[in-house]
Design a protein around this ligand. Structure first.
Ligand SMILES: NC(=O)c1ccc[n+]([C@@H]2O[C@H](COP(=O)([O-])OP(=O)(O)OC[C@H]3O[C@@H](n4cnc5c(N)ncnc54)[C@H](OP(=O)(O)O)[C@@H]3O)[C@@H](O)[C@H]2O)c1
Length: 392
């Protein structure tokens, strides 16, 4: 059976983890922006908490309430079977995520998350991509600040360059923002598992089909001063360059030989050195279980930056693309990256999968491959800027 008959499912979108920090912002966004007639539900492990959330949502009475718990796989299967699209914020995903991916792959249900954990994405590819292709389910990871602006920004940049020639794109991220307990727990968890991370990446490479007649790479660049953006560029080994690389593998438009490099852009050298040292310190601390425990106790699940801090937060990702004798400077920019904009990107991606005419895809796919132009259009309408700054 390819695509299951999904129109008779009770919900277009189910938001799982709706009671968490990002989950609540996403539920508020959907309540305010979903078109009339969208059949959607908030889901989680605590019905009382869900009911209280629904009461606070504008027009929330329209949303259903569904109970499911990651420790009860049958409840996840039931949830997946009720929806055309399931969007989940229940992380850390390496710990909590797999059963829902398996349930969606098996039931032909489209799946979205906001993971930034490369190990999780690689494991899910190896274990569930083939089944999802059989049932027609689209499994789209990293639909938040990791990795929507980078994936769609690289895609947007490529579209400004000539076709059929080797292309390079460099992405430079800058942001001013604070983070939540859930993000901190996920980052610490991933820092603590360097061996598992590398093993999952190797396993994925063994399973990925070879790319015939084209080359795609995402090497870690060296730290350098980047005059093209007037800032110090520090290599940023997040999930983002891997996601961009997968979009480039899947889409011929990225040309016969494509390279992407991903950097944090920092104007002042002492800030660059301090930032690198802070991350190195956190990685080292994450290796020691007692220190890791003490750190996670300081930032609790469910906590996160308040509305005032988020209102002051911003992000900008500048891209420099080159190929076929042309050089283009582009930018994707918006407000608070980790929460307000993540909720917006996540909710719009769910609406896009549920409602828009999209190219036929299945299995583990990126935002650029599954939604591309349709999602860029939605995000632009929702206030995230995609612009060409200059062309030479
Ligand atoms: N991609 C990005 O840019 C980005 C940005 C922000 C966050 N994130 C990621 O998103 C995830 C969520 O972050 P957050 O700050 O929203 O975390 P959070 O506030 O701690 O929320 C976690 C959610 O998971 C639910 N949950 C926990 N255990 C569960 C279980 N056994 N069964 C069902 N639900 C369960 C919680 O339910 P209760 O309310 O009942 O406790 C809550 O709804 C993290 O992994 C974080 O790293 C990614």
């Amino acid at each position: 059976m390819s695509r299951l008959n999904r129109t008779d499912r009770p919900y277009d979108i189910v938001l799982f983890g709706a009671t968490g920090f990002v989950g609540t912002l996403t539920a508020e966004y959907l309540a305010a922006h979903a078109p009339a007639g969208l059949r959607w539900a908030i889901a989680g492990r605590d019905t009382g908490k869900l009911e209280r959330l629904r009461e606070r949502l504008p027009g929330g009475a329209r949303a259903g309430v569904e109970r499911a718990d990651v420790s009860d796989p049958d409840s996840l299967r039931a949830l997946a079977g009720q929806a055309r699209v399931v969007a989940t914020t229940v992380g850390p995903y390496v710990r909590h995520g797999e059963e829902l991916v398996a349930a969606c792959a098996d039931t032909g249900t489209d799946y979205l998350d906001i993971t930034g954990e490369p190990e999780f994405v690689d494991l899910m590819y190896v274990r569930h991509d083939a089944r999802a292709r059989e049932t027609g389910a689209r499994l789209v990871h990293a639909c938040g600040f990791d990795s929507v602006p980078h994936d769609l920004g690289a895609y947007f940049t490529v579209r400004q360059l000539p076709e059929g020639v080797p292309l390079t794109v460099d992405g430079f991220v800058s942001a001013d923002a604070a983070f939540s307990g859930g993000t901190f727990a996920s980052a610490l968890g991933q820092f603590a598992r360097p061996r598992e991370l590398r093993a999952a990446a190797r396993d994925r490479l063994r399973h990925e089909p070879r790319l015939l007649g084209r080359r795609v790479s995402a090497p870690t660049g060296a730290p350098r001063y980047a005059p093209e953006v007037g800032a110090w560029a520090l290599p940023l080994p997040t999930v983002d360059p891997q996601i961009v690389r997968r979009s480039a593998r899947a889409l011929d438009r990225y040309g016969p030989d494509f390279r992407y490099r991903h950097y944090a852009a920092v104007r002042r050298l002492p800030v660059a050195v301090g930032g690198a040292a802070a991350v190195a310190g956190l990685v080292a601390a994450a290796q020691l279980p007692p220190v890791r425990r003490r750190l996670s106790e300081r930032v609790k699940p469910g906590d996160g930056p308040g509305p005032e801090r988020r209102a002051r937060s911003w992000f900008s990702v500048r891209f420099v693309g080159e190929g076929g004798g042309r050089r283009v400077f582009t930018e994707v920019a918006g407000g608070d990256p980790g929460y307000d904009e993540t909720a917006k990107m996540f909710a719009e991606a769910a609406l896009c999968l549920a409602l828009d005419e999209l190219p036929p895809t299945a299995g583990q796919v990126t935002t650029a491959v599954a939604m591309g132009d349709a999602l860029i259009e939605r995000l632009r309408t929702a206030g995230i800027r995609f612009r060409v700054a200059a062309t030479r």
